[in-house]
Design a protein around this ligand. Sequence first.
Ligand SMILES: [Zn+2]
Length: 190
Amino acid sequence: MTVSKHRIGPFDLPVRDLVRKPGEMREVDLEVPAPERWGEGLVAIDEATPIEIAARLESVHEGILVSGDADATYTGECGRCLTAISAPVQVEFQELFAYPGDETSDFELQDDHVDLETLIRDAIVLSLPFQPVCQPDCPGLDPVTGERMTESAGEEQREPLDPRWAALQDYTTDPDTDTTRAGAENTEES
Ligand SMILES: [Zn+2]
């Protein structure tokens, strides 16, 4: 009996019992902490966030077909008002881990296991919202004060929030100034 020297990682699933046995199938559930931050945008999966995986391993002639879904929670900030947000993300995946030598597949069986990390990381990162918002109608930040606007303030740009800005508000009614465009952005986008 030989022991594989390959270090088994947290996303590696042993499939020795399925290798070269087309028709055999097994399901496995596991929870793995994200090994690093996943995602480069406003929201991401933080390191150590639990990734819940429900996988189905099927032995086929070409290798091991892996399918299933993965659940995690992303965190970050709203793209409009910068409020901290957090929301669940669920992805489905399916990939053939081919026996070594088959060059048509992106993934290969390594020794007697499949490594799901790249597959699941890519699926999750691609599903993260590119422009995340705290709520669908988030009014964003007030261009004048920089504060998060309430919904009514977003509707009524004509009323200055602060009397000190009243003079500036008059300015923005002139259609030829740049400040007009900045001020009108929220209400008159065409
Ligand atoms: Zn927001």
